[in-house]
Design a protein around this ligand. Structure first.
Ligand code: FNR
Length: 369
């Protein structure tokens, strides 16, 4: 269908499913085990209700912000999703070009199909990137990768901590991996590629399951980039993260692709804010909280921000947008978010994101399932 027919994020998913190969659709859309968490990621936002304020002169509204001190036209960043070339010949460059044009921040995946340098080489002057890191068993490889990224101007290191092993994505496992799957390059030092368990498992066996809190000082010693832990799922670990000296956390269940029946990021946000506040750790401009998973509307984003998040990550919608329409699709997705922010902020009575406050939502049902 012509791109003009697309009016929301769900529409991209429908078109992507129609145009993708079975293997690509399985890899992108799958979640772990019974796919309960991925479903919950959407349901949780539906348990949060707005308490809109009126008569606040909302003739002009502004949804721009900063993320890790970097300007962003949206309180949304493009989260890392691996293997972009399974879905479009230009892969992640579709994201890069659209992000450049609209002032949105892209998080580059360790397992991107386009090489890190190809992505950075395609960037506009001053374009902001974050890097998602899977930590290699060979720390020398990780050290070089991180330091190279810093040298090339990356502004934040998002270490994925919820994937010591990749979850069982059964749709994906039913597909067989072949070496040249759309530039799905297997990491050099990988010894035991398992070709009979789907794309995800085949490309991820280099990831170090021994990673622990004790490793954080080492990361601090090799880079000056802000360090963010991606995949925090409890108040306990949010407190440990703060005390470990990192600059932020992403409350995430990896889009439902890791531990099935883990809770949604928006639900975890509630207990995290309480625990950090009790200890005097929140609010703190030097420690930002992000949420991802299931965000499909600006209204979802506004709920997360009202409850204490600084920004949210969006994965599949941008991915499906470029599978369906390339760079233009990603631009359209950004435009849809913009239109939704304008309308929803007016209707909610918030002129800027700093006017969002917990009283603007009723989250009393968020933790009842
Ligand atoms: C991901 N995600 C992910 N996360 C990560 O840290 N490293 C990675 O390589 C990937 N790869 C990846 C591939 C695909 C196909 C998907 C759908 C997701 C997780 C991603 O960064 C983010 O946490 C979720 O996608 C957020 O959920 P939504 O927005 O997809 O619902």
């Amino acid at each position: 269908p012509p791109i003009d027919n697309i009016i929301n994020m769900h529409d991209f998913e429908v078109v992507a499913k129609a145009v993708l190969t079975d293997k690509a659709w399985a890899y992108y859309s799958s979640a772990s085990d019974d796919e309960i968490t991925i479903r919950e990621n959407r349901l949780a936002y539906q348990r949060v209700w707005f308490r809109p304020r009126v008569l606040r002169d909302v003739s002009s509204v502004d949804w721009s912000t900063t993320i890790l001190g970097q300007k962003s036209t949206l309180p949304v960043y493009i989260s890392a999703t691996a293997l972009g070339k399974l879905g479009h010949p230009d892969g992640e460059l579709c994201l890069t070009r659209a992000a450049a044009k609209h002032g949105v921040i892209q998080m580059i995946a360790t397992l991107a199909s386009c090489s890190f340098d190809d992505i950075i080489d395609a960037a506009a002057p001053g374009q902001i990137f974050f890097l998602q890191l899977y930590v290699n068993r060979d720390r020398e490889i990780t050290r070089k990768y991180v330091q190279h990224a810093e040298k090339r101007g990356v502004k934040g290191l998002f270490i994925t901590v919820d994937a010591p092993q990749l979850g069982r994505r059964e749709k994906d496992m039913r597909m067989k991996f072949v070496d040249d799957d759309a530039g799905a390059k297997v990491q050099e030092n990988q010894k035991d590629v398992k070709k009979d368990q789907g794309v995800a498992r085949a490309i991820s066996s280099f990831i170090d399951p021994s990673l622990s809190w004790k490793d954080i000082p080492w990361f601090r010693s090799i880079t000056k980039m802000p360090i963010i832990l991606k995949g925090i799922a409890t108040a306990e670990d949010a407190v440990l993260a703060y005390e470990s000296g990192v600059q932020g956390i992403v409350l995430s269940n990896h889009g439902g692709r890791q531990l099935d029946t883990a809770r949604s990021g928006i639900e975890v946000l509630l207990e995290v804010v309480v625990a950090l506040r009790q200890r005097g750790y929140f609010p703190n401009p030097n420690f930002e909280i992000y949420v991802d998973g299931g965000v499909r509307r600006a209204s979802d984003v506004l709920k997360a921000l009202a409850l204490g998040a600084k920004a949210v990550g969006v994965g599949r919608p941008f991915l499906y947008a470029f599978c369906a329409y390339g760079q233009e699709g990603v631009e359209k997705a950004i435009q849809i978010f913009r239109d939704e922010f304008e309308m929803n902020m007016r209707l909610l009575g918030a002129r800027t994101l700093s006017e969002l406050e917990p009283e603007m939502v009723d989250a009393s049902n968020l933790t009842s399932h």
